[in-house]
Design a protein. Structure first.
Lengths: 304, 275
């Protein structure tokens, strides 16, 4: 009896020892900063001259700050444009590559994936040059295609966010393509063959069988793209620094400036928390309303 | 028969055209990098130039410590990859196989914490790293990346699917849990370890948010932060900027040409677990 208990105790200790190194790093550099960040957000934080506890006033200040709402709006606009581009192009490329066989397919896949491997500064520099108002090759091409009034996108308050979103779509859709191709490969060939026997054409097969079967992967991609869109910083910082004016100042950039240009750390931490809250809400809504649980609870044979 | 042939030729051409169009921004970067300034700013823009030059590369490399930045990026990405693997393997094994109280709860909390974005962490991390004197250091960049639970999550999903019979055989031979991990589990998990390694390496190599906050001293910059500084300094000197961008994507391109299949399958493996 006592040997059994001591064996159980030893198992408990062994199990914990194995996770301990990671858990210590995780607690120190991920969990603790979240708690500490919330604490900072309750203060008028000033490490040099002494901080003052202000409760929720930082949050109240943000809610009455037009610049905060402008940044929120810009972030949502960026998300609304970039997510369909990333997921849409990724899905189209994946379906196209999945359904065809030809020489050079590996090259095509490699080319479509390649931009994902470039870092955010590189893609931002490239795109800023592509749409240079005077010498940009993209602007020139658009004029050749008949859009004479093609604007100087990055200097235009209405076009700046769509352009950054397009650049982001170009950058990240290759990654989504790879994810969707993996999902497509999991579709049992027999289902498609029996659809063939029933005389279904390509379009019917795509919309009635393929898309419903990879729906969980699509939903997951949308949520993950949303999370990354809400935290966009690099593209904006390199391409426009939030300009012209503040028409591309997103939440992450506002946070960065509050913290490291104006040294209003309490408010910056509060922006971080509000952004986190936004992400949490989106994720929970997605889980509740988009039939997400299928991804976790799907049982063998229990296709939905 | 001929119609099918024609269709497949057309399809191939369509795909190749798509691939080339998709790469136009990259090709234009390379094209610009080799053109003398006078032929960069022409109207209409032209792919051809009467002269070509290495001058932009020379100027960029002479005025800015690119070697140092590449080295920083390499050390940070390698360090983060190795440390993530070292910490994740035992933790994932424990979550997948060892029975202890609190295991499932802790795992759940850990998975939930994957949602936490850098924005929430960056300000407090800045003060913490400042008090540890770890701003502008490589380890200060590595540690917060290593704290992300993605590695534990990925490997745990993989370990759980390894058939238990193999371990039971080793157990009968008297192997300890450590022996089972190193001699049974790990040799079977090389593809998963590779996938995780590739994923973490690419993530760290391109990491921007935390780096731009933690790095203020030029000699500690990584590539993305260095390029941002360059852009601030040169504004619209696109010859030089494109040369710098092309030069710093060269290592990525070379590795990609060599390891293309491995990188795509690695990303596929990692992403089908996280999606």
């Amino acid at each position: 009896m006592s040997t059994q208990r001591s064996r159980r105790a030893r198992r408990q200790i062994t199990g914990i020892l194995y996770v301990l190194p990671f858990v210590l790093v995780w607690l120190t550099f991920l969990v603790w900063p979240v708690i500490y960040g919330f604490y900072i957000s309750l203060w008028r934080w000033d490490p040099l001259r002494g901080s003052e506890f202000v409760g929720l006033r930082n949050y109240q200040n943000l809610f009455s700050d037009p610049r905060f709402w402008n940044a929120t709006w810009n972030t949502l606009e960026f998300a609304a444009i970039s997510i369909p581009l990333i997921v849409g192009f990724g899905l189209i490329f994946a379906v196209m590559l999945h359904n065809s066989r030809f020489r050079g397919k590996a090259f095509v896949e490699a080319s479509l994936f390649f931009p994902y491997l470039l870092n955010v500064s590189i893609i931002s520099l490239i795109w800023a040059w592509l749409v240079d108002p005077d010498y940009g090759i993209l602007i020139h091409a658009l004029r050749l295609l008949g859009w004479q009034e093609a604007p100087a996108f990055l200097n235009h308050p209405l076009w700046v966010i769509p352009l950054i979103a397009i650049a982001t779509g170009w950058w990240l859709s290759g990654y989504r393509m790879v994810v969707f191709r993996a999902a497509l490969k999991d579709i049992p060939q027999s289902i498609l063959e029996s659809a063939d026997i029933d005389g279904a054409n390509g379009w019917t097969k795509l919309t009635r069988i393929v898309i419903p079967l990879i729906k969980p992967a699509i939903l997951f991609s949308i949520v993950l793209s949303a999370l990354s869109a809400f935290s966009v910083l690099g593209q904006v910082l390199v391409m426009t620094e939030g300009g012209p004016g503040r028409s591309s100042e997103v939440l992450a950039l506002y946070l960065y400036r509050l913290g490291f240009h104006y040294f209003r750390m309490g408010e910056a931490a509060a922006v971080g928390f509000l952004l986190f809250l936004l992400m949490l809400v989106v994720t929970i809504l997605a889980f509740r309303f988009l039939g997400f649980e299928s991804e976790f609870e799907r049982k063998p044979g229990g296709a939905r | 028969m001929n119609r099918i042939r024609l269709r497949s030729v057309l399809l191939t051409l369509l795909f190749l055209a798509l691939a080339v169009i998709w790469l136009v921004p990259v090709l234009w970067m390379i094209d610009t990098a080799f053109k003398p300034t006078a032929f960069i700013f022409t109207r209409p823009p032209s792919w051809w130039s009467p002269e070509w030059t290495l001058g932009h590369f020379r100027e960029a490399l002479q005025s800015w410590p690119f070697g140092r930045w590449l080295w920083n990026s390499l050390v940070v990405a390698t360090g983060a990859t190795i440390l993530t693997l070292l910490l994740s393997i035992p933790a994932a094994y424990s979550f997948a196989r060892l029975a202890w109280r609190g295991r499932n709860l802790l795992f759940f909390v850990m998975v939930a914490s994957m949602l936490i974005p850098w924005q929430v962490n960056s300000i407090p991390l800045y003060f913490m790293m400042n008090s540890f004197d770890l701003l502008n250091t490589r380890i200060g960049l590595i540690l917060p990346i290593t704290a992300m639970p993605i590695g534990v999550f990925l490997l745990r999903q993989f370990f759980v699917n390894i058939p238990r019979e193999l371990e039971e055989a080793a157990q009968l031979d008297g192997a300890s849990s450590f022996g089972i991990l190193t001699r049974v589990i790990l040799p079977m998990s090389l593809p998963a370890l590779g996938a995780l390694g590739i994923y973490v390496f690419i993530f760290t190599w391109n990491e921007f948010f935390w780096s731009v906050i933690a790095l203020t001293r030029q000699e500690m910059f990584t590539i993305p932060i260095g390029l941002k500084a360059l852009q601030g300094a040169y504004d619209i000197q696109y010859g030089l900027l494109m040369a710098a961008a092309a030069f710093t994507s060269l290592p990525v391109l070379i590795i990609y040409l060599i390891l293309q299949r491995r990188i795509i399958t690695g990303i596929t493996m990692a992403s089908t677990e996280i999606k």
